[in-house]
Design a protein around this ligand. Structure first.
Ligand SMILES: Cc1ncc(C[n+]2csc(CCOP(=O)(O)OP(=O)(O)O)c2C)c(N)n1
Length: 339
């Protein structure tokens, strides 16, 4: 099969003016976003068929944030995630079968099937886990940044959190100690427009990115559906943290295209947004925009088809693996619970 490396119409050429990387890199970032999208579309399908043991909060529409940020990290850097964490996991680790098996609750999952969708974690890859406690990842990432600084490991820690989580007091505490102690921390707020069923403007005062500036923390809003903008902003913040210059706060402005949780329409008494609004925002979604940019760079249909075939095959294999995997044995119920 043709590899992504040879797909661009401009192999080996300098990137166009507007790109901070080669066309091949853009295609690679696109393929990573596509992997997340394909996994989650399939999760939506199997969830509706009753195949999953628990609820799932999908990341569809926000893929550029996880991929553009994690592109700057290695396995020895840390991330802490949210209840909407599949995208963060897959952007940091490509171990798709382990992720899918975990969401299926199977023994072959990355947490042996005991974590499920909201607790996918892999410390060996620097993934401190998805988190059912809104804002919990902010504190975990700050602690990991303090550990990195104390040990002089050179690692950077990234805390992903939602706009709803930005209203938890822990954000203030994290910003305070991160500024005081110059922690190697990047706080990434994903403002996807909603906190559960409340539009952000009904529960959040002012602009979230501005909450870092009183502490002297470089803070900025970013178009979170533009993979290039995310990559650039995250690159600067990660570099700053790695240099020892301290923390940054990025507010990634994006949009949640699916429900807060799958099947929410079966229990919600009233809607909190219109179909027209969602459709209008679909035109701005990150994969569509990355495709359009790649086309402008000369990437053709055959190249897209090759990427789709490769990613589709990986995702098919991951779902086959998960569905065929055993449930955890009851005798293991108390293993790995305490350290
Ligand atoms: C501490 C805590 N409070 C409340 C909840 C219930 N809850 C689950 S998700 C959610 C909304 C979170 O919104 P946001 O942080 O914007 O993330 P998004 O769902 O938009 O990704 C709430 C309030 C919770 N899980 N934990």
């Amino acid at each position: 099969m043709t590899s992504a490396k040879t797909l661009s119409a401009t192999p080996g050429e300098a990137p166009p003016e507007s790109l901070p990387f080669s066309v091949d890199t853009l295609l690679d970032l696109y393929s990573r976003m596509l992997r997340i999208r394909l996994v989650e579309e399939r999760l939506a399908q199997v969830q509706s068929e009753g195949e999953l043991p628990g609820p799932v909060h999908l990341y569809i529409g926000q893929e550029a944030v996880a991929v553009g940020v994690c592109a700057h990290l290695t396995d020895t850097d840390w991330i802490a995630s949210t209840h909407r964490g599949h995208g963060h996991f897959l952007a940091k680790s490509r171990e798709t079968p382990k992720l899918v098996a975990e969401v299926y609750g199977r023994a072959t999952g990355v947490c042996g099937g005991k974590g499920g969708s909201m607790h996918v974690a892999d410390v060996s890859k620097g993934i401190l886990g998805a988190n059912g406690i809104v804002g919990g990842g902010i504190a975990l990432a700050t602690g990991a940044a303090l550990t990195a600084k104390t040990h002089g490991s050179g690692a950077v820690s990234v805390g992903f959190f939602g706009d709803g989580a930005a209203n938890q007091g822990v954000l203030m505490e994290a910003l305070n100690v991160a500024a005081l102690w110059k922690l190697p921390l990047v706080l990434v707020c994903e403002n996807n427009g909603f906190s559960e069923f409340s539009p952000s403007e009904t529960v959040t005062a002012g602009e979230i990115w501005k909450r870092g500036t009183p502490m002297g923390i470089p803070s900025r809003p970013v178009d979170g559906n533009d993979i290039v903008a995310v990559y650039r902003a995250a690159g600067e913040a990660v570099e700053r943290a790695r240099r020892g210059d301290g923390a940054s706060l990025l507010e990634m402005r994006t949009y949640r295209l699916r429900g807060h949780v799958e099947a929410e329409k079966t229990f919600l008494a009233k809607t909190y947004r219109t179909e027209e609004e969602v459709e209008a925002r679909r035109a701005q979604e990150p994969l569509l925009r990355a495709r359009s940019l790649l086309r402008d760079c000369g990437v053709n249909d055959a190249a897209f088809a090759a990427v789709e075939a490769r990613e589709g095959a990986e995702v098919d294999a991951a779902f086959e693996y998960a569905a065929a995997s055993p449930w955890p044995d009851v005798s293991t119920a108390f293993q790995d619970m305490f350290a």
